[in-house]
Design a protein around this ligand. Structure first.
Ligand code: PEP
Ligand code: MN
Length: 333
């Protein structure tokens, strides 16, 4: 981090500021030009309050020259991380094909979808039990009964399972869940992130509706700072002025996140577009961009789905897509 001091700052004021910075366990490198003085702050600057420093009378500007996320940073961990979810490995060239319904609705539904997506090449089963819905009157998920059915589908198919947590008080219900999802709406629920950091469960961390990539990485850092390094980052579309699609898929996020971090990066084209016909082309584009995986909503009867039917593929559509994804991966490898 560097701080550029205003012209006319006296020697005494500069020394006073340096003392204050040193008291924060930072070393200070002074670059004394003819007109301006620049202070280079060395050490763990992640705890420095940039706004406070920038608001001081003698400070012109403050700039970060290193990222505030450390454990998630590729600079500190050059090799790709591989996250193990049940019997699936994700990252470092291993692709995650996560598929399943938006919500678990019944035993028949989840077993039918699980069996179909498995034979089409999925290696992780998804299914929501606790659903964060915009309306309190919409279907809120089957909750603990939903998790029980998902676990049944896991034992019936051998697929590891991922499902969303909304409140840490329900953590005990996730004992047989292989990966816990933190949804877009909870990406900055820091208390939840910290508690999940104390578990060893893989975490699927989705980007918030209006969050920057740096904010996503800082949320991963919250989990990692408590000791849990098993994280998948998920781009799922962000809120823009566009209304044709549910969200706007930010595909450059894949490359940017992979440059900045060693954590696997997956894409959810279902929530990003909100429309089933847009899911295959965006899924293929994500695979072509080098994503470490996809998460796709699949329903055995999308027109009757209790949640997100419009963006759900049928098992047949998913099987076709899965083959094409495989072909794209062979081309780019
Ligand atoms: C989901 O994956 O079920 C979901 C609710 O997604 P998001 O948090 O990205 O909206
Ligand atoms: Mn959904």
């Amino acid at each position: 981090m560097i701080a550029v001091l205003k012209q006319g700052t006296t020697e005494a004021q500069t020394q006073h500021l340096i003392e204050w910075l040193k008291n924060q366990q930072l070393d200070v490198h002074i670059s004394q030009g003819k007109e301006v003085t620049i202070l280079g702050l060395i050490g763990d600057t992640s705890r420095v309050d940039m706004e406070l420093l920038g608001s001081l009378d003698i400070v012109e500007t403050v700039k970060r020259v290193s990222e505030p996320f450390k454990q998630a940073n590729r600079k500190f961990h050059p090799l790709d991380s591989i996250v193990r979810v049940g019997n699936a490995e994700i990252g470092g060239g291993n692709f995650a094909m996560i598929a399943g319904p938006c919500s678990v609705e019944s035993e028949e539904q989840i077993i039918e979808v699980a069996t179909a997506v498995k034979s089409a090449g999925a290696n992780v089963l998804r299914g929501g039990a606790f659903k964060p819905r915009t309306s309190p009157y919409a279907f809120q998920g089957m909750k603990d009964a939903g998790i029980e059915l998902l676990v049944k589908a896991k034992y019936a198919t051998g697929l590891p399972i991922v499902t969303e947590i909304m409140n840490i008080s329900t953590l005990d219900l996730f004992a047989d869940v292989d990966m816990i999802q933190v949804g877009a709406r909870n990406m900055q629920n820091f208390d939840l992130l910290k508690e999940l950091g104390k578990t060893k469960k893989p975490i699927l961390l989705k980007r918030g509706l209006a969050n920057t990539l740096q904010e996503l990485l800082m949320s991963a850092e919250y989990i990692m700072s408590e000791g849990n390094e098993n994280i998948l980052l998920c781009e799922r579309g962000i809120r823009t002025f566009e209304t044709v699609t549910r969200n706007t898929l930010d595909l450059s996020a894949v490359t940017v996140l992979q440059e900045l971090s060693h954590l696997p990066v997956i894409v959810d084209p279902s929530h990003a577009t909100g429309k089933a016909r847009l899911v295959p082309p965006m899924a293929l584009a994500a695979a072509a961009a080098g994503a470490d995986g996809l998460m796709i909503e699949v329903h055995n009867n999308p027109s009757c789905a209790l949640c997100d039917g419009a963006q759900s593929l049928t098992p047949v559509q998913f099987a076709e897509l899965s083959q094409k994804v495989q072909q794209i991966r062979e081309v780019i490898q």
